[in-house]
Design a protein around this ligand. Structure first.
Ligand code: ZN
Length: 462
């Protein structure tokens, strides 16, 4: 060990570092970034819908608990599912979060609440459709038992009533520096961290491009193939049958197999204090522009102009072949007025490594310390289609879990002898105790079985 003076110097060096980190954490808590956004759309079929709200409040009446939500719903076979999701998804997500949580616990609860909210929206949309067709409960039960045996007839009936519609749903929640994205379908969301990296926060659920999803659909009893025209010639993208949908996950779609699930891929990241830009768009954009090209095409423009520029660039490349919607969201540090984003730089290996993979506690602490150098901290990512895996287990020490006496999906009250553990009978259970919560009501348990291929596919009945 060196002289007393040297040891004293080392000691002096350590104190400012600790103070610096503590100051940064304090600043983080005090200063929130500004969120600016813009949206542009070109309509071809009238089935794209979007949602933008920067005035949501975690604690009603408390402006300091404000957060922003953005969503794109790209409908198919009509617009009913897209409109229903736009109107109801946010409420269903928020009602799945236990009350009285602090901000950190609230953010931790979001991934599971997003899963519950998506499944509840899908289930209620289908249930609502059935109620429109069969307002009488007795008539409904009688006809449902008939429909289960006659798939072709029920599909025709649903088509006639306009209830075969389905939708993609990509939902973004921005709370301070933390961005949480959930999606089913192929409306992609990318993150551009000001020239450091461009990364995708969503996974495209297209059968053509997603081998993992093809395996899941086949394992659940679905058939996958292309449209066959005369002389056996196959055309178009891979689709699943029955139904013929090219997506493997969606909300709605009552005429397809139950293996087309509404369980979203969820990713949560924390931006560095340099902020970043999110580009959220329907496939009308992504079929024309790769992610990098979309990000580069609007660099340096404010959000409103940037969204228009991305749509313009997509139309220039491919023409108006589909509904084309783009939302650009800028998350801007509080200490700067919006400066145009720098022109794209080529990534160095070192910079590429700065986009951290799934973090553990130590990595999380390190990433916090390094947030001043443009590191995006990955807090959570999960894409499994198994509800048992996604809802996890109730742990009495964890405040973010669901209540014991309510259904973890639809929040219906459960009698003490009524709830069925989400882990019961599941080979994918993450719990060693199949009697452990969270619990589901009978209806939601039935839906879970169907999504896992344990009920004959065909018409979805709620
Ligand atoms: Zn339920």
């Amino acid at each position: 060990m060196g002289t007393r003076e040297e040891r004293h110097k080392v000691h002096q060096d350590l104190v400012p570092l600790a103070a610096l980190i503590s100051r940064e954490l304090k600043n983080e808590k005090m200063e929130k970034p500004t969120v600016k956004y813009g949206c542009a759309a070109q309509c071809k079929r009238g089935e794209d819908y979007f949602l933008m709200n920067t005035e949501c409040q975690r604690i009603p009446g408390n402006p300091s608990s404000a957060f922003s939500v953005f969503g794109i719903f790209d409908g198919h076979n009509g617009n009913a599912a897209a409109i229903y999701s736009r109107e109801n998804l946010l409420n269903h997500i928020l009602s799945s979060i236990p009350r009285g949580l602090g901000r950190d616990e609230w953010l931790q609860a979001l991934p599971r609440a997003l899963v519950a909210g998506f499944v509840k929206t899908d289930k209620e949309f289908q249930s609502r459709g059935m109620n429109i067709i069969f307002p009488s409960l007795h008539l409904k039960s009688f006809i449902l038992s008939f429909l289960k045996r006659t798939h072709a007839f029920s599909v025709i009936l649903l088509h006639v009533t306009g209830l075969t519609s389905g939708t993609t749903a990509t939902f973004v929640i921005v709370d301070g520096w933390t961005v949480t994205v959930a999606c089913v379908g192929d409306s992609r969301c990318i993150l551009d961290t000001q020239g450091v990296s461009i990364s995708e926060l969503t996974v495209d659920h297209r059968l053509e491009e997603n081998e993992e999803e093809r395996q899941r659909v086949r394992a659940s009893g679905g058939a996958i193939g292309r449209l066959s025209i005369c002389a056996g010639t196959e055309v178009g993208p891979l689709r699943c049958w029955p139904g013929g949908l090219c997506l493997s996950r969606s909300i709605g779609d009552m005429d397809v197999g139950e293996f087309i699930v509404p369980i979203p891929h969820v990713k949560q990241v924390k931006l560095s204090n340099k902020g970043g830009r999110l580009i959220l768009a329907s496939d009308g954009i992504w079929d024309a522009l790769p992610s990098e090209m979309a990000a580069n095409s609007c660099r340096g423009l404010p959000a409103e102009l940037a969204s228009r520029q991305v749509v313009k660039e997509a139309l220039r490349k491919r023409g108006l072949k589909d509904d084309t919607t783009c939302i650009v969201i800028d998350i801007i540090p509080p200490d700067i007025n919006r400066q145009p984003l720098p022109t794209p730089k080529k990534l160095s290996m070192l910079q590429a490594l700065f986009f951290r993979k799934r973090s553990h506690d130590s990595a999380r602490r390190l990433a916090r310390k390094l947030s001043a150098v443009s590191i995006v901290e990955e807090l959570f990512e999960e894409g499994s289609a198994m509800l048992a895996e996604r809802l996890g287990s109730n742990d009495s020490n964890n405040q973010t879990t669901f209540g014991i006496f309510i259904c973890a999906v639809c929040q219906a009250d459960l009698a003490s002898n009524e709830g069925i553990s989400v882990h019961a009978g599941s080979m994918f259970s993450t719990s060693s105790n199949p009697w452990q919560g969270p619990f589901l009501c009978g209806d939601c348990q039935s839906k879970k079985d169907a999504m896992e291929g344990k009920r004959p596919s065909g018409i979805r009945v709620a």
